[in-house]
Design a protein. Sequence first.
Length: 432
Amino acid sequence: MDESMDPAEAEPPTGVTSAASTAPTSPHQSGPSPPPPPPPPPPPLPQPPPQAHASPPPAGNFLHGLIGGGFPDTVRNSISSFASHHDPRSRKGKGRAPDVEKGEAGDKSLSMPQAPKKQLHLLTLPPELQLMILRRLNFADIERLRRTCKQLRALASPSQIRTLMGPMQLQMQLLGHCKTCLLHDPFRSRLLLSSSSDPGYPLASRCIDCALQLGDPPIRVGRKIDLANYDTVWVCRWCGTPITEGAAYGNEQFHRTCYKSYNDALFFFFVLGWLQLSLGIVGAALAFRYFRDAVLVFAPTLTSFLLLWVCLGFLVFRGNRRKTYHWTLFLELAILALWIPPVYYISTDMINFPENPVPRSTIAALVMFGLNMFFRLLNILGNVVLFCEYDMTRIHRPNVPRWRKACHPGFALLVFWTYPQTLERKYPPDYN
């Protein structure tokens, strides 16, 4: 036999050697040992219960289908993670689940530390971009921006603003702003005209709201004012604001809506005037018919009837230049005092003789006398309001006190009841 044998052929296989070394040796057994029994199969894994609704496909499946297998796994995993982050169906909480990387040893949860987010605001931009932003703003926006912090105030310095805008554009910007509230009106239709002699020119104009609130310059009803666009407009007699647009047809001293409200007030006064005149005539007729013998009823009623026509003459012929509210106030007081004796006489007669039946004519006369007294009392209150020169236009100005807002409806009703034509009165009025 050849002694030079290959070591691979001389060495037995690993499986045979291990089986021979583990088999029991017996002197009586010379043949090969039987193979060991196979191990029992592992128990089946528990299956998850079926779900009622199928879960939506992962957010990255659509992108994987579009990308295909031509990209590395790292790129595809990154795109899948990005799509899952922006898919609302894959978000189950406020936090973000860490990425999972599969290796040979198993699943490893790797959470990468996130870098702190930088605060993005105007101060983080380069100075060149900040200057470009300032160039796009108007003067009011730049001034409000300068009031925020010291850095922006130093950036938007007066010299820098002159350099960015130029002298002509800066002057146009200043002429189109209110010096009080910095209202920007490029057409200057809401700004009052200012002259070069005003302090602070060209930033010397005030808007209409600031002028009404501060009273500088004064805006009065019945006068014209000059706007910054060199237009001249009237001040509305109803609301007291300049009529920059929407003037009434046929009456340029009212807004269109204000003139409609004024006509409604005139119609209300016209109806009430005829009602008061009718009550005075009916009351005098009842006194003349049923109480001619009662001097305490007939004489005051006849006198009040005559004074009624005198008061009506004041309303008709006073015009819009005569301030006669004090005269009509005295007349209304006299008429009210004259209606007291008839009411007192009839009421005393009914109380002293309750057993006597009260005729219907007496009840009707008492009702008419009472209504005349009530109407005259309202006329007295209205003339007091007119005599005190209550300004009905102040309610339309900004920052009106609460007490004026609460009292204005009552005062306005008294003015409309007594004499709404006071809105057409010329200023300054003529005193008689």
